[in-house]
Design a binder for this molecule. Structure first.
Ligand SMILES: [Zn+2]
Length: 252
């Protein structure tokens, strides 16, 4: 039984040896390590070298990062290092927070997102997309860049938009927030299980456990998903692991 945590920020966790061992002890044998900016992307690549069998690096600039900076150096670094990663992430748009109420900052987010979508498309790599409050623009720009492989991470957009995501061959992912988020549950009820990935978005805080998450907590996500889909835990693991292998082209 092999489990994949398809989205974790392990560069933001202090005791990495411990969480990687914990993950392994819980059959979470692969972690897709997301990045949020240049520094985090560098650290993610380093970690993937330290744990080559468990940590799979994804590099990129998150929509809330670097909006007021000149990102030329970061873009050049991404281009140079793209051969060392398995996906571009976490990228996207976020119209939710106060910082993004101004149209010029939204426009800046769209430029940064589109640059990275094009980079992924040119290199035939999948993308992990953050789309909070910006669901339709995220889908629209991904399609404009001719993206073929994408996961809409922790997706809580309108239920009607699932059809467009699925019809284009994209995936949605869910986190331990399935235990309290009506929006996330609603998406997962309406998406087919062969288009769902599981993740933790570690170290995001888990309300019921009153502590930050780590990749082994993907088991909590799986438990809720299995209940929602009325599918055995073993079968839920089998399907979602296969989904992650297929999207990210990871060897079994
Ligand atoms: Zn994330």
């Amino acid at each position: 039984m092999k489990i994949v945590d398809s989205h974790a920020h392990i560069d933001q966790i202090n005791d990495i040896d411990k969480i990687v061992t914990n993950a392994q002890n819980n059959n979470v044998d692969k972690i897709l390590a997301m990045s949020i900016n240049l520094k985090s992307s560098e650290k993610t690549l380093e970690l993937s070298k330290k744990y080559p069998k468990q940590v799979y690096p994804c590099i990129g600039i998150h929509p809330t990062e670097g909006l007021e900076e000149n990102l030329i150096d970061s873009f050049n670094w991404l281009k140079k290092n793209i051969k060392n990663c398995i996906a571009i992430g976490e990228i996207g748009l976020d119209y939710w927070g106060k910082f993004s109420k101004k149209e010029d900052l939204r426009q800046r987010q769209r430029e940064i997102y589109s640059f990275q979508l094009n980079l992924a498309a040119d290199n035939n790599l999948p993308v992990s997309i953050h789309s909070r409050g910006a669901w339709s623009d995220c889908i629209k720009l991904a399609l404009e860049s001719d993206i073929k492989k994408a996961v809409f991470h922790w997706y809580t957009g309108p239920v009607d938009s699932i059809k467009e995501i699925i019809d284009n061959g994209f995936f949605v992912s869910c986190t331990p927030a399935l235990e309290y988020s009506k929006e996330l549950r609603n998406i997962i009820i309406n998406a087919p299980i062969d288009k769902i990935l599981v993740e933790t978005d570690s170290p995001v805080y888990i309300r019921s456990l009153k502590r930050p998450s780590e990749p082994s907590d993907v088991l909590i996500t799986l438990k809720h998903l299995s209940e929602i889909k009325n599918c055995s835990l073993i079968e839920t693991i089998k399907i979602t692991t296969e989904n992650a292998y297929n999207l990210f082209k990871i060897d079994h």
